[in-house]
Design a protein around this ligand. Structure first.
Ligand code: GDP
Ligand code: IMO
Ligand code: MG
Length: 436
């Protein structure tokens, strides 16, 4: 049945997010007919630079900056309609029109106007144990989805009486959650009806569209948001997001079969960052952390929060390689390490239960754990903007090779700057084969 002629690939985060997925998806897009987002919401911030102009994509796939490429938002995504409209308007100001190129799944769930408030409230209630969410209402929207009371895009466009009942039920459930709250359902209803009308031209059966494209021999790229260590099942629970960011999310979040995925590319930074709470075993503090944060401009693309920074953690990337079946890694931000006298790689954790080399489920094992490091010489000449592996300084080549060895996956792409062109695609690599 599925005689795909081209390789469809998934591009997803192999660490804790912000690895540079946006840049990699944008740079690969000319080889694909469509880019499809499968999970998350506008908690994502994917930055793309085109000729010095900065675009930050939140909900819309990072393929949108290339003319003629279809961009699809799957059923696994939660959509804040207002955030979507704002993003469409921002793109229009940047000269990018989504007309005729954007499709939104009719099965995608809606982030209701009060989900954000519930997110903030839930964080306040957790106190010291807060997650450090993006306050976008993502968790509460997915809670309603799993609780089988969510409202989908198609519900906004269908029978109004049924929608009124759903909104009324949702608002009273919300009022029960917030003490002394008496939010009126009617203004919420009027607002979501208006949202639905504005979205109507984009609404489609995304699974059907993807199948038609793939059957016609067109290649599709599946774009992940967040990352494997933020995955609701495989991440550092409870310090995770509320969706499946890892490869399994592609099938459930778009309505495509596993066999449609011809390759999986994990995006990993040449070091590690994390925004929000939760363990980060290789976290640095002081001057070195500041150095990485400033050189790497490690501030959240959505919330502006400073990102926590640390050395490359091979335990994490090895784990991601296993969970996602990574065929290759796109290693980003190598240039940020330029000029450091030495670079460290974490290969295991020394814990109260001994040294472990596989990422644990029980986070308590990581409390007080010490990373086991390998130390490697740094490089003094810049890697910034280099486009061929052989032209990298010898020590940088040695570092990348060692990362491949300890992570168990080939770095097919090495990114040496934020621009599309500042990229190495290794000769003979999986990525080169996919694109040929
Ligand atoms: P995403 O969420 O995974 O798409 O990543 P973000 O956009 O949140 O964060 C990655 C940041 O790093 C963005 O500002 C990118 O422009 C930037 N970036 C991506 N690749 C490189 C690179 O190789 N070198 C440098 N210096 N910056 C990069
Ligand atoms: P991209 O796609 C980095 C983090 C938040 C918080 C946790 C839960 O740009 O890589 P949520 O609002 O999702 O309920 O927050 O997940 N988080 C991200 N961290 N990059 C992201 O997206 C993130 N999206 C959510 O900081 O720790
Ligand atoms: Mg980001």
């Amino acid at each position: 049945m599925y005689g795909w002629m081209k390789t469809n690939i998934a591009v997803l985060g192999a660490q804790w997010g912000d690895e540079g997925k946006g840049k990699i998806v944008d740079m690969l897009t000319p080889h694909f007919s469509a880019v499809a987002r499968y999970q998350g919401g506008h908690n994502a911030g994917h930055t793309v630079y085109v000729n010095g102009k900065k675009f930050v994509l939140h909900l819309i796939p990072s393929g949108i900056l290339h003319d003629g490429v279809m961009c699809l938002i799957g059923n696994g995504v939660v959509i804040d309609p207002q955030a979507l409209f704002t993003e469409v308007e921002e793109l229009a100001r940047g000269g990018i029109t989504v007309d005729g190129r954007l499709k939104i799944s009719e099965k995608a769930h809606i982030i209701l106007p009060y989900h954000r408030e519930l997110d903030v409230l839930s964080e306040a209630r957790r106190g010291e144990r807060k997650i450090g969410t993006t306050s976008r209402g993502i968790g509460p929207a997915y809670e309603d989805k799993i609780g089988r009371r969510g409202i989908r895009v198609c519900d906004l466009l269908g029978d109004r009486t049924a929608l009124a009942d759903e909104v009324r039920e949702n608002v009273s459930a919300r009022n029960r959650m917030i003490k002394d709250s008496t939010l009126d359902w009617k203004p919420v209803f009027d607002q979501v009806v208006a949202f639905g009308e504005r979205m109507r031209p984009w609404v489609a059966d995304v699974s059907l569209s993807l199948h038609a494209m793939m059957a016609a021999g067109k290649a599709v790229m599946f774009e992940g948001a967040q990352a494997t260590l933020l995955d609701i099942d495989h991440g550092t629970y409870p310090f995770v997001t509320s969706s499946n960011a890892s490869v399994g999310g592609v099938c459930t979040g778009l309505g495509v079969p596993p066999r449609a995925i011809g390759g999986v590319l994990g995006v990993a930074k040449a070091y590690t960052t994390r925004v929000g709470e939760g363990p980060l075993p290789t976290e640095l503090s002081g001057a070195l952390a500041d150095r990485l944060r400033e050189s790497g401009q490690e501030y959240g693309a959505s919330t502006g929060r400073p990102r926590r920074c640390g050395w490359y953690d091979a335990v994490v990337v090895r784990y991601s390689a296993r969970v996602n079946g990574l065929d290759a890694v796109a290693l980003t931000k190598l240039d940020v390490l330029d000029g450091l006298p030495e670079v460290l790689i974490c290969t295991g954790y020394q814990t109260s239960a001994g040294t472990i080399a596989d990422f644990p489920a029980d986070l308590r094992l990581l409390t007080g754990a010490e990373p086991v490091y390998e130390r490697m010489p740094g490089w003094s000449s810049p890697t910034k903007g280099i486009t061929e592996f052989d032209r990298l300084p010898a020590e940088a080549q040695q570092y990348v090779r060692r990362l491949e060895d300890v992570s168990g996956v080939d770095c097919s792409i090495i990114s040496t700057g934020s621009d599309r062109r500042e990229t190495i695609v290794k000769k003979g690599s999986a990525v080169e084969r996919w694109l040929s």
